[in-house]
Design a protein around this ligand. Structure first.
Ligand SMILES: NC(=O)c1ccc[n+]([C@@H]2O[C@H](COP(=O)([O-])OP(=O)(O)OC[C@H]3O[C@@H](n4cnc5c(N)ncnc54)[C@H](O)[C@@H]3O)[C@@H](O)[C@H]2O)c1
Length: 375
């Protein structure tokens, strides 16, 4: 490592996403070309001292801190990665950007669009690199899908269709969490899982939603229950995109036998594609002959496979975080930009406007326009 360009990282949070992002940094050492700066895992923040210390040791962070401001004040840290609950994204990320640090933040960027806009504005004005962790963009199959759409293989795009179905709210051992609290989370399954598909629709279609007609619901934990929750655990939305395409999106935390089902389809005048996260190394494609074919995406030409293993060796969901970390570090090292492959804070903010429009539409029982502020 002597003489190699390194980036000191500070991480806010240490739970589920703390683990995946730490795996991402670990893998960069093996998969990233040598000109990509190597991460140095300087400090990790959390509230629960015992769990924090365990995470620090297992994931390889140098020190654990009980106040996130120590990360902001540390001159050896150039990148602040926020993997905490939605409500604790805003203040530390803004403080980090104002201190001149690059910022990488889990989705949704913030509990609402107003706060998301503020984060984008501050990061942009500070001139730091900013990335929202929409890791779906780093599935090789979805990058291939985007390329095929851009090259016109599907013709004019008419439909985006997706569902993201889990059953976590049905568990007998369910415990209330920050995800059930409107102030801490913003929305429920909509911002949590729906935001991934809203973002990937923008990524694939290169077009922004302009209208939303939606229904949201709370299926478990209604008022009066001990497990009372304030946020939606199912939603369905119709989106109209600027280019005229129609989106049909749904997500649920009460979807019976589904553990993690995540499917995406796009139809155009010349063909269709289908993607399922349970079969993430393949993209299904049918052209004008209407015959479905399975494309193994881990072949020569894939931007990630060559860094891993010989073509055809399967990758997994968690590897998207390694691709994402490599992308962020390469941008910091001046080897590329976050956009258009990575989601910038602008993308995080645009997605938040769509989420807010879905919430408005569901509350008012009417179609809501999606409007975006610009810088
Ligand atoms: N990219 C993805 O695929 C993906 C997947 C899951 C979660 N996420 C996002 O990652 C973020 C974190 O989610 P997670 O699933 O890792 O969280 P989690 O539910 O696993 O853990 C959250 C942790 O934060 C702690 N916490 C709660 N309130 C806190 C506060 N005010 N200050 C400090 N700590 C607090 C909790 O005790 C818990 O340990 C969220 O923004 C979520 O939307 C992204």
């Amino acid at each position: 490592m002597t003489g190699r360009n390194t980036v000191g990282v500070g991480m806010i949070g240490h739970a589920f996403m703390g683990k995946t992002h730490s795996i991402g940094y670990r893998d960069v050492a093996v998969i990233a070309p040598l000109d990509v700066p190597r991460p140095r895992l300087k400090a990790i923040y959390g509230r629960d001292t015992a769990r924090l210390e365990e995470a620090r040791e297992r994931y390889g962070w140098e020190r654990a801190v009980s106040d996130w401001k120590e990360i902001i004040d540390d001159p050896d840290i150039q990148l602040v990665d926020n993997v905490g609950p939605n409500s604790i994204h805003v203040e530390p990320i803004i403080a980090a950007a104002l201190a001149g640090k690059h910022v990488y933040c889990e989705k949704p960027l913030a509990p609402d669009a107003t706060q998301s806009f503020e984060m984008w504005k501050v990061a942009r004005e500070a001139g730091v690199k900013h990335m929202c962790a929409f890791n779906y963009r780093f599935f090789p199959a979805l990058q291939l899908a985007r390329q095929m759409i851009q090259e016109g293989e599907l013709g004019d795009i008419y439909h985006f269709r997706s569902n993201f179905l889990v059953s976590s709210s049905l568990s007998e051992n369910r415990v209330k969490s920050w995800r059930d609290d409107k102030t801490l989370a913003g929305s429920g399954v909509l911002g949590d899982l729906g935001s991934h598909h809203i973002d990937i629709s923008r990524f694939l279609l290169s077009s922004d939603p302009v209208r939303a007609t939606a229904v949201t619901g709370i299926a478990v934990g209604k008022a009066g229950d001990q497990q009372r929750i304030e946020t939606d655990d199912l939603f369905a939305a119709l989106l109209t995109y600027e280019n005229g395409a129609l989106g049909v999106l749904e997500a649920s935390r009460v979807a019976g036998g589904n553990m993690v089902t995540s499917r995406i389809e796009v139809d155009g005048s010349r063909g269709s594609i289908r993607f399922s996260m349970q079969n993430l190394n393949e993209l299904e494609y049918a052209g004008t002959d209407k015959i479905w074919r399975r494309i193994n995406v881990l072949r020569d030409g894939d931007p990630y496979q060559k860094n891993w293993l010989p073509p055809g060796h399967p990758l997994g969901w968690v590897d998207t975080f390694s691709h994402e970390a490599m992308h962020m570090l390469a941008a910091i090292g001046g080897l590329g930009e976050i956009a258009p492959i990575g989601a910038t804070f602008r993308d995080g903010y645009y997605c938040a406007e769509v989420v807010d429009a879905i919430v408005r539409s569901a509350a008012e029982g009417a179609t809501a326009n999606v409007t975006y502020r610009n810088l």
